[in-house]
Design a protein around this ligand. Structure first.
Ligand SMILES: [Zn+2]
Length: 269
């Protein structure tokens, strides 16, 4: 296996993959210094504690408030500079660098992330009638099936794959899984129709920050059918649904009858 490298900078515009809930694919891009340009192929979250660096899964679940999380840039190759680095690490350490995020890739990922939020609201709406007990509701007043059953989410360029789990606990919460799964094709159709309607009117999207710290809560805000909608989210997003040309949701069966997979595809204008 080839060695790989990480570069840490004082500041970075790169979106790192979240180490706890790694739903959104991280930024890629380039780092430029003196006459060199190197490819950044992934960005992880890291914590620096007492001079030690902990990356991604090695970050402890119990961080202190003063432990800062930072993005670390991951490189697969130094483009032939390996020798230079071995001879003189100061070739980059302490130097000014220019970090550039691949804006097109980021835009496509942001589009997929925003659309998966709308999909979750459309899913909750279509699934509302399958609840026979009260449960938490979303911003549109529908029971929040997404919150109750989301298992894993993988958001990449123009596509989000969301796995939902319908185990014993969701049944206890009052959700009629059997009836829902029996009607899954019509649920799928309804979600697509709902999203089409929602997209026919442009809606602004905002991300509200408490601070720019990676670990602080952020809120995704938009409007659906004249209702403000809010979802807690640490990801990146498009600014308006007008940027989306088309969205299509495809529901597949999962690895067992406890799971379903929802793929949200979107196209940009
Ligand atoms: Zn999100």
């Amino acid at each position: 296996m080839n060695p790989s490298y990480i570069i840490i900078t004082d500041n970075s515009p790169f979106y790192p993959e979240n180490y706890k809930w790694g739903d959104q694919k991280s930024d890629i891009g380039v780092i430029a210094f003196s006459t060199h340009i190197l490819n950044i192929v992934k960005t992880y979250t890291a914590a620096v504690i007492d001079g030690q660096i902990y990356i991604d899964q090695s970050i402890s679940n119990k961080l202190n408030s003063e432990d800062k999380l930072i993005p670390v840039h991951y490189l697969e190759s130094l483009n032939g500079l390996e020798e230079n680095f071995i001879l003189d690490r100061k070739i980059i350490i302490g130097k000014k660098v220019k970090l550039s995020v691949d804006a097109e890739a980021r835009h496509k990922i942001s589009a997929a992330h925003s659309m998966t939020h709308f999909m979750s609201l459309a899913l909750n709406k279509a699934a509302n009638k399958y609840w026979n007990k009260n449960y938490d509701t979303d911003s549109l007043g529908n029971f929040n099936l997404d919150k109750a059953s989301i298992f894993k989410s993988s958001i990449s360029e123009l596509q989000s794959i969301d796995i939902y789990r319908f185990g014993k606990s969701i049944k206890k919460k009052g959700f009629d899984k059997a009836a829902f799964l029996q009607d899954i094709d019509s649920v799928n159709e309804e979600i697509n129709l709902t999203l089409k309607n929602w997209l026919s009117v442009g809606s602004e999207i905002q991300v509200e920050y408490i601070s720019k710290n990676i670990e602080d809560l952020r809120l995704w805000k938009s409007t659906v059918e004249n209702h403000p909608v809010v979802i807690p989210c640490g990801g990146t997003h498009i600014k308006n649904t007008e940027e989306i040309k088309d969205v299509k949701v495809e529901i597949n069966s999962g690895e067992s009858d406890e799971y379903i997979e929802i793929i949200t595809h979107c196209k940009l204008r």
